[in-house]
Design a protein around this ligand. Structure first.
Ligand SMILES: [Zn+2]
Length: 137
């Protein structure tokens, strides 16, 4: 540091300055690259709590967490008075007087895997195709 005091910056000080500037430039390039990577990604912002579909596409930061919601498809079925029974990996829309009487119309109800099996079995017996009762998977 003595060079700076005695008659302007010496060769060491200049080298230091160049090194610092180089580091700044690299840092800026890194930020620009990062912005480019994160800023131009089109992806979903939400996932459906019922069918698991992702929706609400927008330019997003990919590191951002998806928020739970209900997709337009499931919303329409719920609006018809169906109840959505869900497990971690399956779902079924059902409509019954029992559910209606219990204020479950248009609601999302988590059920056990066993209960889901029974619902599916019942629907098969009633001749309701899986596709119709469960929405389009
Ligand atoms: Zn859905």
């Amino acid at each position: 540091m003595s060079e700076e005091i005695n008659g302007g910056p010496g060769p060491n000080a200049l080298r230091n300055a160049m090194r610092i500037m180089g580091g700044e430039v690299r840092k800026m390039q890194k930020v620009a690259r990062k912005r480019h990577r994160e800023g131009l990604v089109k992806g979903p912002r939400s996932y459906c709590s019922v069918c698991g579909d992702v929706f609400d596409f927008a330019i997003v930061n990919p590191t951002e967490q998806l928020t739970g919601g209900i997709c337009a498809k499931c919303k329409a079925i719920l609006a018809e008075g169906f109840t959505a029974c869900i497990t971690s990996d399956a779902y079924a829309f059902i409509k019954s007087d029992y559910l209606k009487a219990n204020g479950m119309r248009g609601k999302i109800v988590p059920v056990s895997v066993e209960a889901m099996e029974k619902i599916k079995e019942q629907q098969r017996k009633n001749g309701i195709s899986d596709e119709k009762s469960s929405g389009e998977t």
